[in-house]
Design a protein around this ligand. Structure first.
Ligand SMILES: Cc1cc2nc3c(=O)[nH]c(=O)nc-3n(C[C@H](O)[C@H](O)[C@H](O)COP(=O)(O)OP(=O)(O)OC[C@H]3O[C@@H](n4cnc5c(N)ncnc54)[C@H](O)[C@@H]3O)c2cc1C
Length: 406
């Protein structure tokens, strides 16, 4: 009999999960589900769906090779009922486990659903903390409690102290300053060469998913091919190594730059890997700090990069969980205009917007400055309803989840 049914969600594709650490291959079953409802509650970019379903299939295979019994329900399985509630119920009937075990989900909506399962299914559900994040929910709440202003910079310093990243032996920040943001703003000028992120040729599994997505989600935004994202931990590590060798030394100087014909500049293009579990955020930062210590990258690059992950990424997640569920409905300026059609078509005379949306459509990726200064800023100035803006960001980027994008 199955002791624990271990549910792994599509953005938890890592062995670095408590339920797997504590699990027992001889008595537990891993459950993974491709469900239509998750792929369509906003119409996610076709490339995002391919990336996640293919990465899930590869991860399931890797677990099987390690001796786990994996029950994998594919989108096109005849019996698949297309939503988590029904699929978990079916799996419980198949395995009759003593309990369901899982890592906490990233999104509030999913957490609410899971909270209803003990009553709905009459089974204990153990929800374990997601240790891929550096700050726990309690830690963030403790930091935020009683503060007049929740400034990222102060939270970031706490995370630097906690991780010891770029801290010297006296407990002071490397270089005598916490933040080298003012050295992240060089304009690109003259002859410059730009690296290309690692592009991975789709294997048979990915090709099968590409065909499936082409059939099932043809009305979703975005180009399906060429598809070049990696879909395994090994691919993601290679992509990160390419970034370290080719782009990291200049990442700091040109972090805030934008050029019409350069889609990636010196950015890492790894957020979709980190958010799905294929790269561990703390390992990534440690690697960057080691590059600095070895004298291979300047401090403004190492600090600028680490700040984005242990600062901004952790901070936006903390704010999301602190402020949900009301956060989703906040509309400080009472903005109510509809999102212009050209956010989907790129059919506009405004060159920067046209370039950003065209790239988004083709790559399911835009770098930070395009998201913040072009599509974000324009929607703000125009007074677009923030919920429509939120749903656009959630749909169009391969790295988008409510907790990081809202
Ligand atoms: C309006 C808007 C929407 C965004 N939506 C998302 C989203 O859905 N998913 C997402 O992962 N990021 C989002 N970001 C943050 C950032 O734009 C992306 O993480 C980044 O562009 C990813 O590309 P990269 O891997 O090349 O990042 P790089 O510029 O190379 O940065 C390195 C890493 O730092 C992290 N990072 C950088 N900036 C941020 C940030 N502001 N917040 C959180 N993490 C950050 C990412 O993990 C990224 O991979 C958004 C930013 C804005 C302004």
């Amino acid at each position: 009999m199955t002791k624990s049914l271990i549910l792994i969600l599509g953005d938890q594709l890592t062995r670095n999960l408590k339920p797997l650490d504590l699990g027992d291959k001889s008595s537990d079953v891993v459950l993974m589900l491709e469900v239509q409802e998750e792929a369509t509650y906003v119409k996610h970019h076709k490339k995002k769906i391919v990336f996640l379903f293919s990465a899930m299939r590869h991860f399931a295979k890797a677990l099987e090779n390690e001796g786990w019994d994996v029950d994998y329900v594919a989108l096109d399985d005849q019996e698949n009922l297309g939503n988590f509630n029904d699929e978990v119920r079916r799996a419980l009937d198949r395995h009759t486990p003593e309990r369901l075990v899982m890592t906490e989900p990233g999104e509030f909506r999913v957490r609410e659903m899971i909270n209803s399962w003990p009553d709905a299914f009459g089974i204990p559900v153990d929800i374990m903390a997601d240790h891929r994040f550096i700050a726990s929910h309690d830690e963030f709440r403790g930091w935020a409690d009683g503060r007049k202003q929740l400034r990222m910079e102060y939270f970031y310093r706490l995370m630097r102290r906690k991780t010891g990243l770029l801290m010297n032996n006296e407990g002071e920040p490397e270089g005598g300053k916490w933040n080298f943001d003012s050295e992240n703003r060089k304009p690109p000028k003259g002859e410059m060469s730009f690296p290309t992120p690692l592009k991975v040729k789709p294997d048979a599994i990915t090709q099968e998913v590409i065909n499936l997505v082409g059939e099932r989600f043809s009305d979703h935004f975005g180009d399906l091919e060429p598809f070049w994202f990696g879909v395994t931990e090994a691919d993601a590590k290679k992509a990160f190594d390419v970034f370290i060798d080719a782009a990291l030394p200049k990442f700091g100087d040109y972090q805030d730059a934008m050029l019409e014909d350069q889609r990636f500049l010196y950015h890492a293009v790894i957020s979709h890997y980190i958010n799905a579990g294929l790269l561990n955020p703390l390992d990534v930062c440690q690697h960057i700090a080691d590059e600095y210590t070895a004298g291979r990258v300047p401090l403004n690059a190492a600090e600028g990069f680490i700040r984005q992950i242990i600062g901004w990424r952790e901070y936006v997640r903390g704010i999301y969980w602190l402020k949900m569920p009301g956060y989703l409905d906040q509309n400080f300026f009472g903005a109510s205009k509809s999102l212009p059609d050209f956010y989907w078509t790129a059919d506009t005379q405004m060159a920067c917007l046209r370039a950003a949306v065209t790239q988004t459509k083709e790559e399911a990726y835009a770098h930070h400055i395009q998201r913040l200064m072009i599509t974000g800023n324009f929607a703000l100035i125009m007074g677009v309803d923030p919920k429509q803006v939120h749903e656009w960001y959630l749909a169009v980027y391969a790295d988008a989840y409510e907790w990081v994008e809202l």
